[in-house]
Structure formats: C-alpha cells, structure tokens
Design a protein around this ligand. Structure first.
Ligand code: GLY
Length: 437
C-alpha cells in the first residue's frame, strides 16, 4: 500500500519509522531530514502548498496520507487530498479548528456541557478586555486565538508579572492580529501538573495512547524560555507517577465527548487528537487540544505500539477503529538542541551523530530541525533531534537515553534532568501538595 507522510520533523520521523516495514512509504518534506530521507521516497517541497501536495499524491497513486504538522491541517490539506481521492489520517479543516481556533474549542465545551474546561473570555477590543481584567482577581493566561507555533501563550506568574502586564500583552495580540485573529482569549490560570493524552480517532471511536509528560522549559529545573518541548517520558501501564487510572479515564472521557461535539458542529474527526491537560486539585482540566501528534510525545508512544501503525491508519480512514495495543514499558525522550536555543547562533553548523552507538545502547534517533547536506548533518535554529529509550521503568529508560546523548557531538545541549528520579519525584511531590490544599 502506498502511504504518504507530510512533514519533516522528529514527529514525522517517528511516524515514518512506525510505517516503514509495512508500506511503500512516500514523504513530502520541507527539507532533507536525514532520518526520513533514508527510509522513504522523499520529495522536498512546501508542505503548505496544498495543490502541489495533492498533485504529488495523485501522481504517485497514494492511498492514505498521514499529516504530521498543524499548519497544513489548518490550511485544509485533508479537504484538498480527499478531493483527489486520497484518504487521510488527519482532520479536515473545519474539525482541525479544535486546535486552530481556541475560541471554537472553548465554546464547544460550553455548548455541549463538557466537563474539564476553564473560566475563559474572548475579546476583540481593549475596552472590554481592560474592564474584565480590572475586575478579575485571579491570575490569568493570555492566548492568541489562532496558531502561533507554540510561542504566543503568556502566563501571569511566569512570563507576565501581573494582570496589568496581561492587559498590555493581550492588547498587542489583538492589535497585531497575532495567530490570524484580531481577538484574544483570556483564561483562568490553573495550578497543577501538566500531561498529554493522545488518541487515534476514526470520526466516532477513540483509541487512547499512553499518557506522557513534556518539559517545555529550555533549562534544567524547569528554568528558562518556554520551547516546543525539551523531552518527555511515559510510564509502564500508560499512566504517569502522579496520574491515577481515574484521572486518565476522566481525561479520555472528556476527549470522547469533544469528538462527539466536533462531529455535530463540524465534520467527523479523523486523525490524532492531542489533549494537553492540567491535573488540578479539582481533577483534569483541559488546557488545549492539538489536531496532530505531540512533538516530542509522538516519539514516546509510536515506538511502543504493538498494533501495526498501518492497521490503525486503515481503521481510522475506514471508521473501524478498535483498541490499539502498546508494549508495557516506560520511555524517555530527550531533545538535543543547538547551544543557546531558542536563540541560537549555531544554525548552519554541523553536528556528529553516531547512530550505530546509540542503537547499540538500545536507543533510537529521530531527526528534527536539521538538514543533510553533502552527507553532513547541519543544525537549523530549532530542536535538532530526539533520542528515545525504553525500559522497565522511567529510571531505566532515562539512563539509556542519557548515555545515548553522549554520542551526539557539536554545539548542542539537552536537559539531563528529563525523566530522572529526582525530577519525577519533584512532580509527584508537587501533585501531592496540590491535592492536600
Ligand atoms: N509537546 C507540545 C506540542 O506538541 O505541541
């Protein structure tokens, strides 16, 4: 079967890896990702040029396309591919609004009485915004309504000092039409531990994956800028050390209700639904949805799949999705990034990656924002590659991943603390304190 994967990052490298043994694999990538290019028939092009991607799919008789990143989903790549007869693992444009329009997402919770939402308000003018913030005495989170590549969200108590600074930033969001909407969404700030649950969806049924926890801060000890994610872990049993079975089940129930609501408001949701939750002292609260796999979280869950990815993709497009099986192991992913990231001066420099040594340790490499030029791996300004290891527990997987990171050489760094006993214990203690409050 001819399958096309669209997207050139580590998430897409992991998707390709999960398909490569069972399909005739084609990829449409914006740059020559060394991991993707060696396992697929690749074409380099603009993933957002929908006509070109559709022409490519048609010319090559692609039967199923798996869409990695959010941007082409937001532009309607699935609608375009379906027009030319290609079935897709990815939601159509109207269903992808669950990620691309945060106001649509929050309104869905309200209209369909779905639990787990937050107090929120959407503003399109500074007068109403300021009046609201002057009378609101809790800390808030300011979010552009549309896509901003993970860089638009600012939190009072973290990036912003107080609600006065929130007013200034929220006005900027409206004035600069950040994320493509002259609107801003203000949400209450919820305290707790964040976690991710990803699920396969066929429009009606949902098959959840093991939970994972990402680490957005650039530096160890959760310091520094918020990034796309510096690493993540998942645990045996599909839960997390601070997340109980009932917290997990409650989160999945929220996702099921959302899928039903999307089918009523837009079109049936086919693809991957990524739920980012906060475990608060009142239980799971939905922070946001993405219409795709998480990056890095895809690297945790995809290598754990026992059910073949191609069978899951077929079931998604046919509407026959059932349970998806995963190995009962823990996993740790550590992202290697250029020194100085997110403001690096090392873009364009070469790095050395000893994949053989990494594989000998039992770990895997998934390439992200690097390109291969004349056999050399060159950094761009963003995350370079993910190293993933599995183990009987998080501690074991962490030690393998950490050892494997030594075989990447150049002007790069990674968070050594992701998945360590000390950091996992800190998360558990934090959650216990919150529960006892
Ligand atoms: N891990 C964050 C994201 O995928 O958006």
């Amino acid at each position: 079967m001819k399958v096309l994967v669209v997207g050139a990052g580590a998430r897409e490298n992991a998707i390709c890896d999960s398909l490569k043994d069972d399909v005739d694999l084609y990829t449409y990538i914006s740059k020559k990702n060394p991991g993707i290019s060696k396992i697929s028939k690749y074409t380099i092009g603009d993933e957002g040029d929908l006509d070109k991607v559709a022409d490519f799919a048609k010319e090559n008789n692609i039967e199923i396309a798996v869409i990695g990143p959010e941007s082409p989903l937001g532009k309607g790549i699935v609608d375009k591919l379906e027009e030319v007869g290609v079935k897709c693992v990815g939601p159509c444009q109207s269903a992808a609004r669950i990620e691309t329009d945060k106001s649509f997402m929050r309104n869905l919770f309200e209209k369909y009485n779905i639990p787990g939402s937050l107090t929120y308000k959407v503003f399109d003018n500074t007068k109403d915004l300021n009046e609201f913030l002057d009378s609101y005495d809790k800390q808030v989170v300011v979010k552009p309504v549309g896509l901003t590549g993970g860089k638009g969200v600012k939190i009072v108590g973290d990036h912003l000092k107080n609600n006065e600074e929130a007013k200034e930033y929220a006005s900027e969001v409206i004035d600069n039409v950040m994320g493509g909407f002259a609107q801003v969404i203000i949400e209450e700030r919820v305290i707790g531990e964040e976690y991710t649950i990803q699920a396969f969806c066929d429009g009606e049924h949902l098959a959840p994956m093991p939970a994972a926890q990402d680490h957005p801060h650039a530096f160890e000890g959760d310091q520094g800028a918020i990034t796309g994610g510096m690493g993540s872990y998942s645990d045996k049993g599909g839960l997390l050390p601070f997340l109980s079975q009932s917290d997990y089940d409650e989160s999945v129930e929220i996702m099921k209700k959302v899928i039903k609501a999307i089918a009523k408001e837009a079109k049936p949701y086919k693809g991957i639904l990524y739920g980012q939750f906060m475990l608060s002292n009142e239980g799971p609260r939905l922070i946001e949805f993405n219409a795709r796999f998480g990056d890095p979280e895809a690297m945790n869950v995809l290598p754990l799949m026992d059910t073949k990815m191609i069978d899951v993709c077929k079931a998604i497009v046919d509407g026959t999705l059932d349970k998806v099986e995963f190995k009962d192991l823990a996993s740790v992913c550590k992202y290697i990034v250029p020194d100085g990231y997110p403001n690096t001066k090392y873009a364009g420099e070469s790095i050395e990656v000893d994949e053989d040594k990494i594989n000998e340790l039992g770990a895997k490499v998934f390439y992200a924002s690097v390109s291969e030029e004349n056999g050399e791996i060159k950094l761009s300004g963003s995350r370079a590659l993910g190293i993933v290891a599995q183990g009987e527990n998080i501690s074991e997987a962490e030690k393998i991943a950490e050892e494997a990171c030594k075989y990447v050489k150049g002007n790069v760094y990674h968070r050594r603390d992701v998945g360590t006993d000390a950091l996992v214990e800190k998360r558990v203690n934090h959650m216990n304190e919150i529960r006892n409050n």
